[in-house]
Design a protein around this ligand. Structure first.
Ligand SMILES: O=C(O)CCC(=O)C(=O)O
Ligand SMILES: [Fe+2]
Length: 210
């Protein structure tokens, strides 16, 4: 049992921790050798973890040239290289659990963590594959934990033709994009006019995949 003071501090929050992976992961096979794995509610206490990360992560806005003007990319970012200390111990536990579950199939460990903060419905990421580096030519995996308010992650076959998949992800959900997904499919988080609260996405990738 927790001491009373601590219990009152944590009122309304679950303890932050991981649920199991194993049998609870559902695989959806896409076309052309791509797949996604879904594990809703993987992270317990996801709303508390959201608050912790929003506080401690040194978020920055990336600039991009667009129509000959330099504009802010519409979301805040922070990238943790493989040697960087992660901003919360539970993210180290998540990486270890992903390595235990996917290590054999992936043939290597997850190394880097990219964090994105979508402040509201105006923040977004356009259609893309994570194709910088080895993922341009090789199968790989990108594992994403979603914290805070749910947003839609859309997936479609690269080059069009075929179905568009919408996954609503937030409050501790896990999605893993695997196989050829970064080369043969694209994903995005569209803007929404609905009033939505902030969401944080934590992406684990192997070395040399961006
Ligand atoms: O917000 C997400 O979960 C997706 C982020 C993403 O696709 C990326 O940063 O490459
Ligand atoms: Fe991506």
């Amino acid at each position: 049992m927790r001491p009373a003071l601590q219990a009152s501090l944590f009122d309304g929050f679950d303890d932050v921790g991981l649920n199991d992976l194993g049998e609870s992961v559902r695989r959806v096979t896409l076309t052309r050798g791509a797949w996604i794995d879904l594990r809703p509610g993987w992270m317990r206490g996801a709303d508390e973890l959201f608050e912790r990360l929003r506080e401690v992560v040194p978020w920055y806005a990336e600039k991009r040239e667009m129509y000959e003007r330099v504009v802010d990319v519409p979301r805040l970012l922070c990238f943790y290289d493989e040697n960087a200390a992660l901003p919360d111990p539970v993210l180290g536990q998540a990486k270890a659990a992903l390595d235990a579950h996917y290590g054999e199939e992936l043939g290597e460990a997850f190394r880097t963590a990219g964090l994105c903060l979508y402040r509201d419905g105006r923040d977004s990421v356009a259609w893309h594959g994570d194709r910088i580096g080895r993922s341009r030519t090789e199968d790989t995996m990108v594992a994403i934990i979603s914290l805070g308010e749910p947003r839609s992650l859309m997936l479609r076959q690269r080059g069009g033709g075929g179905e568009t998949i919408r996954q609503t992800l937030g409050h501790g959900d896990l999605i893993v994009m695997g196989g050829s997904c970064q080369r043969t499919w694209e994903h995005c988080v569209p803007k929404t006019a609905r009033p939505v609260g902030p969401r944080i996405s934590v992406q684990f990738r192997p070395f040399g995949v961006r």
